[in-house]
Design a protein around this ligand. Structure first.
Ligand SMILES: [Zn+2]
Ligand SMILES: [Zn+2]
Length: 186
């Protein structure tokens, strides 16, 4: 598998696409991936693998790209604060059509949907993967849907132990209790 220095280096010159298309798989180093992700709370320790197929649509200038991205990031669960691994896996499917002369230099900014992008001399597939990667990451990381988190009272990890904090009493139930007491005293 070819190693590439930067995700942005995945660039395809349309005239080099043979009739059968191009299929390739590249790996991107953890350091390069960290630069793209730009999040101190996410650590990349293994290379990411990018598999892509690029084909020219017969009899037109449209170029079709299918991309599979696979990798993982190390982070901490936002509920229990334990270290965890989050798998990053997604698939992209997009067309590229020739850019209009008045479009901005950064053609990714001209994209109005994830299905259609633009190219000038080259198809800058890497730029597209960078922008989609950031969107594919969750806002909060949770080790497991069932994670019970930490006790707000004593900080115990409730996945591993039961603590002896008293369950906070709902104020409405408290009032009802007081009322019952009063009735009983009469
Ligand atoms: Zn957790
Ligand atoms: Zn507790």
């Amino acid at each position: 598998m070819e190693k590439i220095k930067r995700l942005e280096d995945i660039i395809i010159a349309p005239e080099t696409i043979p009739e059968a298309g191009i299929e390739d798989e590249v790996s991107v180093s953890p350091e390069a991936m960290s630069e793209v992700i730009k999040d101190e709370d996410l650590k990349v320790t293994k290379p990411f693998h990018i598999h892509y197929v690029v084909e020219r649509e017969e009899g037109s200038d449209t170029i079709h790209a299918d991309v599979d991205v696979a990798g993982e990031v190390e982070t901490f669960c936002s509920r229990c604060l334990e270290p965890m691994t989050h798998k990053v896996e997604f698939r992209l499917d997009t067309d590229y059509i020739p850019a209009l002369p008045d479009m901005a230099k950064d053609l990714e900014a001209e994209r109005s949907s994830s299905e259609t992008g633009y190219y000038r001399k080259n198809v800058r597939l890497g730029d597209y993967i960078v922008s989609e990667l950031v969107l594919a990451l969750p806002i909060r990381y949770i080790c497991n849907e069932e994670c019970k988190g930490l006790c707000p009272g004593c900080g115990a990890n409730l996945n591993r132990e039961e603590c002896h904090c008293e369950t906070p009493v709902d104020p409405r139930m408290q009032k009802l209790g007081d009322l019952k007491d009063k009735i009983r005293r009469k």
